[in-house]
Structure formats: structure tokens, C-alpha cells
Design a protein around this ligand. Structure first.
Ligand code: GMT
Length: 373
């Protein structure tokens, strides 16, 4: 098949999923064309089946705002025509599903549109009445719509009353890259006296509730020797740094900034903390599970579909930092419990969220759509 992919190429779970899926499809012999504003950060090395088409937006004085959406739609139509694409798989309804719809109007019905909903387009933008009608339209005009969790599907129907079947297709983890790694030497750099390591990875948006990570760490540190590794950057980073300083935790906290290859870093953690208030899936939780790192998280959004409470980690109500600290201490002081949850996490990530299985799921949905299978 000839597949176009559009996503937000910068750091973020949806960009990671779109890019990794494109690479896996290319490995299976499909021709994959990325149509994005910049090179997706995980695209990596050359592959003969992968092509990149940059969307360059020109700035004209006549426009107050650069017309990115129109330029993207035009580029999609060009690539679809030149490369004879069978389908465009767009990640995020706004603006990507709408741009794909416009492109389809330009090139004809044979171009199929697959839209994957990742979360924020529904759980944040869906509340915005200046956008909700457009989001509904983009979803309803797509030929196939998938969402990364059942909870996100429920929220989409509740919020937008869309008249369209939405198929759940979970995110995946590439078990060839995410597995428990031997990182003892690095671990000794950050935890020289054998302290346990708590880790958090996110884009530091308010929905991630990074201050809760600090509070959980503070509570755990009162009982056990622990270190905290914070990975990522975003709007709350400065206030989190202040909080760490005010609480006198600087000596035990490491800010590692953005890391391109978290697969190399996660194995250093003993526990992954993810206290989000919104999370349609929680890719970081899955990546941690694949590395055998139990996750202490919340029961928000799609997280309970990924992390089974008491089996692969613990789920607490949003904001219950005392509960999260108690579960973290329990895990770190009960080796049998830790080993059981770690093993379960690896098994679940390999069985339910395996990259081969989910790629096949997308592949068969594509084939049904273009009528070749
Ligand atoms: O969580 C973010 O802030 C980034 C956002 C994105 O666009 O990448 O993540 C969303 O999509 C991911 C991939 O499907 C999911 O794992 C995240 O849970 C989801 N984020 C939210 O729902 C807040």
C-alpha cells in the first residue's frame, strides 16, 4: 500500500506512535510518505520505503496568520496525486482530519482518510465551542476513525455526539527496543549509594500534574533513600524547579531535559510516576512496563486500560499523593511484590501492546478500507 502520514512531528506520544507505525509499515514493504511541518524526531535513519514531504508555510503580509492548514491540505493533495497514495492516515482530528478532507475534495474519492484520535483534540479542544463543530465534521468525514483507548471513544461520543463508528486501536511498544536493559553503571552515577530511583517523563503540561510527582517523592524520601529523575520540558518546568528548591530536594533530584531515546533511560528507574489528570492512553506508562518498571499512576482516562491495578502497578485517584507515596514505598520494600508486578508488566506489554500485533491491526483496517483484502 502507499500510505501518507501526517502528525505533529515534535516530541509527544502521538508523534511517536505515528512515526513508529510508519517505520513498521515500511519494514513490511509498504511505501510510507510523511507529510509534516518538520522531520518527525523519531524518524531516524534512511529506509528505502520512507519518504518525507515537508510542509513549508510562506508568510505573506496580507495574512495576519500564516495559512498552515491550507498549505498542509494542498501538500497532502500534491503528494496523494504524485505518489498515487491509497490513503492518508492523520493523527489528531484538528486540523489534520480537516486538511485531509480538503485534500480528498481536490484529488477524488479514491483517497481514503484514516483519522486517529489521541486525546487532547477531544478532551481539551472538544470543550471549545469555536472548534467542536469542526472536530465533529472532521471525524464524520473520515473514512475510518480509530482512537487509542475505549475511554477516549466514550468521551468522544459524550462530548461531540459524533455519528461515526470509532474503532479502538491501542498504542504499542516496540519490544525490540523497549526491554529491561543492563544499566547498572549509569544507575550508580545517579544513585551512588544504591538508592532507589523514581522517574517521571512528560512534556510538563499542567495535565501531567508534575508538582504531584515532587510531593510523592518528598513523602517517599521521608521513609526511604530515593532519587528522582525528571525527563522532559514544558510549561511547568520552571515552577517545578522552584518547588524542588523550596522543599530542599535539589540534591536528590535530577532534571535531564528532553531525551530523544527514552528506551535507554527508563531501565534506570525502579518506579515510574505518572500522576496525570488527563491521559487518553499514557504511552510512557506502557514504555515503562515494557522495561519491567512498575507504574504508579492515576485512574484517569485510558490509564486503567493500560496499567492493571495491583497487577502491573497501582492506580490512585487524581491528586491522591499520599496514596501514591504509600504504594511506591510498598513496592520498594516488598521484593516479591515488585518482582511480580515487574514480570506482569513485561508480559502485558508484549502480549496486549506488541508492535507486531497493533501494526497488523492497522494494516488489516487499511486493507478493508481500500478493498484489497
Ligand atoms: O500527553 C500529551 O501532552 C501529548 C499528547 C500527544 O499529542 O502526543 O499525548 C496524547 O497522545 C498519546 C499517544 O496516543 C497518549 O499516550 C497520551 O495519553 C495523550 N495525552 C493525553 O490524553 C493528555
Amino acid at each position: 500500500m502507499k500510505i501518507g502520514i501526517t502528525c505533529y512531528p515534535s516530541l509527544g506520544g502521538s508523534g511517536v506512535v505515528a512515526t513508529e507505525l510508519g517505520k513498521l509499515l515500511a519494514e513490511r514493504g509498504h511505501q510510507v510518505h510523511f507529510i509534516t511541518s518538520s522531520m518527525p524526531f523519531r524518524l531516524g535513519t534512511f529506509h528505502p520505503n520512507i519518504f518525507y514531504h515537508e510542509v513549508e508555510v510562506n508568510h505573506y503580509d496580507v495574512f495576519k496568520y500564516p495559512p498552515y492548514d491550507l498549505t498542509l491540505a494542498n501538500r497532502m493533495a500534491q503528494v496523494a496525486q504524485n505518489e498515487k497514495l491509497d490513503l492518508l492516515h492523520v493523527h489528531y482530528a484538528v486540523p489534520h482530519a480537516l486538511c485531509a478532507y480538503l485534500a480528498k475534495q481536490m484529488v477524488g474519492e479514491q483517497l481514503k482518510i484514516v483519522t486517529t484520535l489521541h486525546g487532547t483534540d477531544i478532551t481539551v479542544l472538544g470543550y471549545d465551542s469555536s472548534l467542536s463543530g469542526m472536530i465533529r465534521f472532521g471525524i464524520e468525514q473520515s473514512d475510518l476513525v480509530t482512537a487509542v483507548s475505549k475511554d477516549l471513544i466514550r468521551q468522544t461520543y459524550d462530548l461531540l455526539q459524533v455519528d461515526k463508528e470509532i474503532v479502538p486501536v491501542y498504542n504499542f511498544v516496540d519490544k525490540r527496543r523497549y526491554y529491561p536493559k543492563e544499566v547498572g553503571e549509569w544507575k550508580r552515577v545517579f544513585a551512588p549509594n544504591g538508592e532507589k530511583i523514581l522517574m517521571h517523563i512528560s512534556n510538563f503540561r499542567p495535565v501531567k500534574r508534575v508538582p504531584d510527582v515532587i510531593e510523592v517523592f518528598r513523602l517517599v524520601r521521608e521513609q526511604l533513600p530515593v532519587k528522582l529523575m525528571l525527563i522532559g520540558e514544558g510549561p511547568d518546568l520552571a515552577s517545578v524547579r522552584n518547588m524542588v528548591a523550596e522543599l530542599g530536594l535539589e540534591g536528590d533530584t535530577y532534571f535531564l531535559g528532553k531525551q530523544e531515546d527514552v528506551a535507554e533511560v527508563i531501565s534506570m528507574a525502579d518506579i515510574m510516576l505518572l500522576p496525570s489528570e488527563k491521559e487518553s492512553f499514557g504511552l510512557v506508562a506502557l514504555e515503562a512496563m515494557a522495561c519491567g518498571v512498575p507504574v504508579v499512576t492515576t485512574n484517569a482516562g485510558g490509564l486503567p486500560e493500560v496499567v492493571l491495578d495491583g497487577e502491573c502497578g497501582f492506580l490512585l485517584p487524581v491528586g491522591d499523593v499520599a496514596g501514591m507515596a504509600e504504594r511506591t514505598v510498598r513496592l520498594l520494600t516488598d521484593p516479591d511484590l515488585f518482582q511480580r508486578l515487574s514480570r506482569n508488566s513485561i508480559r502485558r506489554s508484549c502480549e496486549t501492546f506488541c508492535h507486531e500485533k497493533i501494526t497488523s491491526q492497522y494494516e488489516s483496517l487499511y486493507r478493508q478500507l481500500i478493498g484489497s483484502g
